[in-house]
Design a protein around this ligand. Structure first.
Ligand code: UT7
Length: 322
C-alpha cells in the first residue's frame, strides 16, 4: 500500500433557523449586548428548535459535505462524530447518522472531548485512513449545548450556540503535498472541574448543566493554545509565515486574537464565526471551515492551522493543506 494521507475533500454545515440575539438574552437576564460583545465578541447564536437534535444536525452537515465532494453515502468508510450532547447514551450519534444517510456498510462511533472534539475526531479519522482501515471518513462535530445550559446562569448561557459541521476525508497519496499533515492532542484530567456537566445528557429531559470557571479556562486557553500552535508548526518544520489561515475553535474573540497575535497573523487571515455562531463546541471548527471554503477564502493549496481547547481539559492542534 502506498503511504497515505487524508485529503479534505468535502465540507458541510448546519445551523438551526432560530437566532437568539444578545438583546433577547438581556431582556430576561442581568446582562447586556455591550458586555457580551466586549468580553466575548459574540453578537448572536443559533438555538435548536424541537425538530433539531445531534443526529439531525450531523446528518444535514454530512449530506452537504458528501454533496460538495460528489461522493455517494454508500462509499463512505467511517463516520466519527464529536459530540458532548448526544441525543442518547447509545447507540452512538454516528450510527444514527449512518442509518439516516442510507449507508449499510462502513462503521461509526462517537468521540467525547468537549470543545476539542473536532481535533480529536480528525486525529482518529486521519489515523484510520492512514492505516488503511477506511478509505474515506466523515468527521462531524454536532452539538446541542442549549440543552445543557443553565439559562439562569449569565456566566455561561450567553456563550454557547447549537450547530453541526462536517469534513469529508478521503485517502490520497502522501507523496502529494495536500492533506492532513499532523495532529497533536493533549489532556489534563486534573483540571476536569474547571468546565464540566453536572449530570448526564438526554433528549427528553434536562439532566445536567454546564458549569465553568471562566477566568481559569480563559487563562489556560491562551497559554495552551499558544504552545499548541508552536508544536504543530515545529513538527512540520514550518513557521507562522507558512500559515495561510487560522481556523480556531470559536470560544471567545479575545482568545482567538491572542493566538493570532502569537502567530503574527493579521485578522483577515483568521476565520471568525464566533460573532454569529457563538461557541458551538466541537462543531465550531468544521462550521468555520465550511464557511470559508464555500465563500472562496480558503483555496486549494492553502495551509490551514486548526486549534481548540475545551472541558477535560483537552486541547490540540492540526495542520492541513487543502
Ligand atoms: O470552549 C471551551 C472553552 N471555554 C472558554 O474558552 C471560555 C473561557 N472564558 C471566557 O471566555 C471568559 O472568562 C468569559 C467570557 C466566560 C468571562 O469573561 P471574563 O472577562 O473572564 O469575566 P469574569 O468571569 O472575570 O467576570 C467579570 C464580571 C464579573 O462581575 P464582578 O465579579 O467583576 O462584579 C461577572 O459576574 O462580569 C460578570 N459577568 C457578567 N456580566 C454581564 C459574568 N457574566 C456576565 C454577563 N453579563 N453575561
Amino acid at each position: 500500500m502506498m503511504a497515505r494521507r487524508s485529503l479534505m475533500v468535502g465540507f458541510g454545515g448546519y445551523l438551526p433557523d432560530r437566532i437568539v440575539t444578545n438583546d433577547e438574552l438581556a431582556a430576561r437576564l442581568d446582562t447586556s449586548d455591550e458586555w457580551i460583545r466586549a468580553r466575548t465578541g459574540i453578537g448572536q447564536r443559533h438555538i435548536a428548535g424541537p425538530e433539531d437534535n445531534a443526529v439531525s444536525m450531523a446528518t444535514a452537515a454530512a449530506a452537504q459535505a458528501l454533496d460538495y465532494a460528489g461522493m455517494p453515502a454508500a462509499d463512505v468508510g467511517a463516520i466519527v462524530v464529536a459530540t458532548s450532547t448526544p441525543d442518547q447514551a447509545f447507540p452512538a450519534t454516528a450510527v444514527r447518522v449512518q442509518a439516516a444517510l442510507g449507508m449499510r456498510g462502513g462503521f461509526g462511533f462517537d468521540i467525547a472531548a468537549a470543545c476539542s472534539g473536532f481535533v480529536y475526531a480528525l486525529t482518529v479519522a486521519d489515523s484510520l485512513i492512514r492505516t488503511g482501515q477506511a478509505d474515506s471518513a466523515l468527521v462531524i462535530g454536532s452539538e446541542v449545548y442549549s440543552r445543557i445550559l443553565d439559562w439562569s446562569d449569565r456566566g455561561t448561557c450567553v456563550l454557547f450556540g447549537d450547530g453541526a459541521g462536517a469534513v469529508l476525508l478521503k485517502a490520497g497519496d502522501a507523496a502529494q503535498p495536500a492533506g492532513v499533515l499532523s495532529t497533536h492532542l493533549h489532556s489534563d484530567g486534573t483540571m476536569g472541574d474547571l468546565l464540566y456537566v453536572d449530570g448526564a445528557v438526554g433528549l427528553r429531559e434536562q439532566s445536567g448543566f454546564l458549569r465553568m470557571q471562566g477566568r481559569d479556562v480563559f487563562r489556560h486557553a491562551v497559554a495552551k493554545l499558544s504552545s499548541s500552535v508552536d508544536e504543530v508548526l515545529a513538527a512540520n518544520g514550518m513557521t507562522h509565515a507558512d500559515v495561510s489561515w487560522l481556523v480556531p475553535h470559536q470560544a471567545n474573540l479575545r482568545i482567538i486574537e491572542a493566538v493570532a497575535r502569537k502567530l503574527e497573523l493579521p485578522p483577515e487571515r483568521v476565520v471568525m464565526t464566533v460573532d454569529r455562531h457563538a461557541n458551538t463546541s466541537a462543531a465550531s471548527i468544521p462550521l468555520a471551515m465550511n464557511e470559508a471554503v464555500r465563500d472562496g477564502r480558503i483555496r486549494k493549496g492553502d495551509l490551514v492551522l486548526m486549534e481548540a481547547l475545551g472541558g477535560g481539559l483537552t486541547w490540540g492542534s492540526a495542520l492541513a493543506r487543502l
